[in-house]
Write a protein of this length. Structure first.
Length: 129
């Protein structure tokens, strides 16, 4: 299991690095959009994978660990989110910091809900086939 998690973490970390850089080039550095988008998409993926994996015998515990603890853990950036929020607060950017916290938490919750709903629909479709 440790090797599955390690492999997933490595791939997730690389994906985070590449996508974060890509989003940074597109959106610039005014607002930490890259971290926000990675947190939202990571939350969506976690909701999708967990719901599907826990309700389907098609996903082994090792693959579930690789995808959730490994990939999603290496990919999402909540520690970076916390640091960036602190920097905004230290720079007296209170409104931006507040919006960043609200958007990150609320939209990530919507992401995990959407992923979970999609997984439920996929499971229903799979069982119906």
């Amino acid at each position: 299991m440790i090797w599955y998690v390690a492999l997933g973490s490595a791939v997730g970390g690389v994906a985070r690095y590449l996508l974060g850089g890509y989003f940074q080039r597109i959106f610039g550095g005014v607002f930490p959009v890259q971290t926000l988008l990675i947190n939202i998409s990571g939350s969506f993926l976690l909701g999708l994978i967990l719901r599907y994996a826990l309700e389907s015998p098609a996903v082994s515990p090792e693959v579930r660990g690789l995808l959730t603890i490994g990939f999603c853990g290496g990919y999402t950036t909540f520690s970076t989110f916390s640091y960036e929020t602190l920097v905004l607060l230290e720079e007296a950017e209170y409104l931006r910091a507040g919006w960043y916290v609200v958007a990150s938490v609320a939209v990530s919750l919507v992401g995990v809900l959407a992923g979970s709903v999609l997984a439920r629909e996929l499971l229903t479709w799979r069982r119906g086939v």
